[in-house]
Design a protein around this ligand. Sequence first.
Ligand code: AMP
Length: 114
Amino acid sequence: MENCLFCKIIAGDIPSTRVYEDEMTYAFRDIAPMAPTHVLVVPKTHIGGMDEVDSADDATLAACLRAVRKVAEAEGLLASGFRTISNCGSDACQSVRHLHFHVLGGKQMSDRMD
Ligand code: AMP
């Protein structure tokens, strides 16, 4: 989608540090990491956010979750654990309107979600 930051990253028009990629998903390091590992998993097709998944392709959505696990494995987080977050809309402070899953790990995180 035109003027979507993550679509431009997927297309290679804006540089990113790739961690994982398959036919349906792309994963890259967050530019402002909140943990030793902070990776964003995005579908290659444009979906605005979790509020739009009702009209999204099931295979794409499943691929995103599998990509989260692949990233956790590649980053060595399966044993220690990791957190997966998808912010949606203004109350959640979603800043990029392209569905993405933050994968955070490599440190002990708070039990609070805010
Ligand atoms: P959210 O606030 O949940 O929409 O998450 C958007 C995330 O995208 C933030 O954590 C940003 O740090 C990250 N971000 C913004 N621009 C870039 C970029 N060019 N490369 C990598 N991550 C980015």
